[in-house]
Design a protein around this ligand. Structure first.
Ligand SMILES: Nc1ncnc2c1ncn2[C@@H]1O[C@H](COP(=O)(O)OP(=O)(O)O)[C@@H](O)[C@H]1O
Ligand SMILES: [Mg+2]
Length: 604
């Protein structure tokens, strides 16, 4: 596994990791570098404070003994106590200030990383969204801040090293054997924490899918979209049971890890305590020989305890840094995901996408990580301005075909040519600016009615007249008057004063959104699926008049609405099996005619 190669003591020497480190530092330094510098300095000062305190304590204890022996005035001890108090207050103040600044930096970091991830997500090719690996990657980086926590652990590592050095200075001045004690303490601690860090990272990575599954099952219980079915089919217990299983599998693994961690920490801490006591006995022995004052003995024993703690901190921070580096790696892997091709080669001089002809040549497509070809070697031509209908049974590939034509799926075999320019060489942005679409799974935006229509073209002002014009094309001219806040009424159910629409009304809002944009090419995927027959008839009548000069693709199950189409494409299991006008296909007496008869029979 990848993580194994990264989670080693020598990881820093791998070239790949060095590059990662450089990128991380660059990113971190981009976010509030001034604050970061202040924060760092503020942290340094308090980290040498404890060793100063130790010196002072030794001095105070020896001074008290002298006072008791009448060699000094009491006031001199009080002076020293006041200095000690001053140092303490200073260090508290610096700590508080540093905390505050660090919070500020962390907020900015959180914002920056989430912004990067948010922008990146919208540039990833649509195909990625069809794969569970994508959701794994998103889940792993969605706790955005984690990727930059490496900076904090590096920070802590440096300060704990400074603290360590200052204690070490006190102790080594006393005796060289202290080095031995340090090694005895450090080796097992390093091993313990390294192992814990590795296990915990592995568990997080391994559980990504399992936790998503548990969360999904829980979502089924509480979402509005599922609430009706959950009640009607009495699914509460069924989902609770499934969720319970998933929850406890994850929880048990986490608990097991915690058990290992606690045990290892206990063992390690005990070992450290024993080492300390042995050394203290050694000190006591020296003191009994009159080679140490009481103050010195106290100072050394405190310094020893503190240095043990700081060795532990160094190791904890070192392993945490290593662990965080793995999250940072995930973050950069996400940032490095391939983006949609952004070639600008084909931005036309005449600013037109489709003036003559759209040609599809030998188009084949399969979804990523799937073997089955969903579209097989499809070829046809369409003249600008033609009305095209696509028909075929469920799963024939109709929606996939229009997504390929729109350039939403880029990993296609074959070519899609707009006026002779291959879509692969065209700028997706340009193609999209010139097209409008209502997808089968259109979005119900929980925004105002005005925005629901107006975001069809964010460059155009969403004024009352334009929005109402688009609404009237999709047969919703009366809706505005019925809503409490007219165009500004929030739709859906998420927010206060919202107004929920019927699914048919939502679909017409989606159509209005498509019409709000001045497009050359309009694609409607089963646009009337949720409409009543009268609305549907009215819609098609209206649609033909507004789309007169535009090229349109309509996917429809109602073959009656295809009669006037200039071309009908009949798809079956990914193949284009018939193409022609209604009359031509009827006289062919093939698949289309069969479907048409079957439908007209059901209407009689
Ligand atoms: N995201 C996807 N991942 C894998 N296969 C898919 C995906 N979406 C659709 N398919 C498959 O592609 C085929 C065509 O689907 P689609 O184009 O939606 O059909 P239609 O619109 O004609 O009903 C179906 O067999 C379906 O199983
Ligand atoms: Mg479809």
């Amino acid at each position: 596994m990848v993580m194994d190669s990264s989670f080693t003591l020598t990881a820093i020497f791998h070239k790949e990791n060095r590059i990662l480190l450089q990128r991380t530092i660059k990113l971190i330094l981009k976010i509030k570098p001034g604050l970061l510098a202040i924060c760092f300095s503020l942290k340094m000062i308090p980290s040498i404070m404890p060793s100063l305190q130790i010196y002072l304590t030794a001095l105070i204890v020896d001074r008290i003994i002298s006072v008791l022996n009448h060699n000094y005035e009491l006031i001199s001890v009080i002076h020293l106590l006041l200095v000690q108090l001053g140092l303490q207050l200073l260090s508290y103040m610096l700590n508080a200030l540093e905390r505050l600044l660090r919070k500020q930096i962390s907020i900015h970091r959180n914002f920056k990383v989430n912004e990067i991830i948010g922008l990146k997500t919208s540039k990833i090719p649509l195909e990625y969204f069809e794969q569970n690996e994508y959701y794994d990657k998103v889940d792993k980086v969605s706790n955005g801040n984690r990727g930059l926590e490496i900076a904090d652990s590096a920070f802590e590592l440096i300060t704990s090293c400074v603290a360590f050095s200052s204690f070490f200075y006190i102790l080594i001045n006393f005796h060289w054997s202290i080095l031995l004690v340090m090694i005895i303490i450090a080796a097992p601690t390093l091993f313990t924490y390294f192992r814990i860090g590795k296990l915990s990272y592995e568990l997080v990575m391994q559980q990504t899918q399992d936790i998503r599954k548990a969360n999904y099952l829980y979502y089924l219980l509480k979402a509005k979209e599922t609430s009706k079915e959950v009640r009607l089919y009495d699914l509460q217990n069924y989902f609770i049971e499934k969720w319970k299983k998933a929850f406890w599998i994850n929880a048990t693994d986490q608990y097991k890890l915690e058990k290992k961690t606690s045990l290892a920490m206990f063992g390690n801490d005990s070992l450290n305590a024993i080492t300390n006591v042995i050394f203290l006995i050694f000190l006591l022995y020296i003191a009994s020989k009159g080679l140490l004052t009481l103050g010195q003995y106290l100072a050394l024993s405190v310094a020893l305890n503190s240095i043990t703690a700081s060795v532990k901190m160094i190791i904890i921070n070192f392993t945490r840094m290593n662990e965080n580096a793995l999250y940072t790696k995930e973050l950069f892997e996400f940032i490095d995901l391939q983006e949609e091709s952004a070639s600008t080669y084909a931005d036309r001089h005449n600013n037109q996408l489709l003036g003559k002809e759209l040609a599809v040549e030998n188009l084949s497509f399969k979804y990523p990580n799937k073997d089955k070809l969903v579209l097989k070697n499809i070829s046809f031509k369409v003249h600008a301005g033609e009305k095209i209908a696509i028909v075929g049974e469920n799963g024939a590939g109709k929606s996939t075909l229009v997504n390929c034509i729109l350039g939403l799926y880029q990993s296609i075999d074959g070519r899609v040519l707009y006026d002779g320019v291959d879509l692969k060489d065209a700028s997706p942005k340009f193609v999209r600016e010139k097209t409008s679409a209502v997808f089968q799974d259109f979005v119900k935006y929980h925004l105002s009615l005005r925005e629901n229509v107006g975001i069809g073209d964010v460059k155009t002002e969403m004024d009352d007249i334009s929005v109402k014009r688009a609404l009237s094309i999709s047969g919703l001219s009366k809706i505005t008057e019925q809503l409490p806040y007219k165009l500004n009424t929030p739709l859906g159910y998420s927010f206060e004063n919202s107004y929920e629409l019927s699914i048919g009304q939502w679909q017409r809002i989606a159509l209005a959104r498509a019409f709000f944009r001045e497009a050359e090419l309009i694609v409607l995927d089963e646009p009337t699926a949720s409409m009543d027959p009268l609305s549907e008839a009215a819609f098609f009548e209206h649609f033909h008049s507004v789309s007169e000069n535009k090229t349109t693709f309509i996917i429809s199950h109602r073959l009656g609405s295809c009669r006037n189409a200039d071309k009908i494409l009949v798809l079956k299991a990914g193949e284009l099996i018939e193409i022609g006008k209604h009359e031509e296909l009827m006289s062919l007496n093939g698949e289309y005619a069969k479907m048409f008869y079957a439908q007209s029979k059901s209407y009689n």
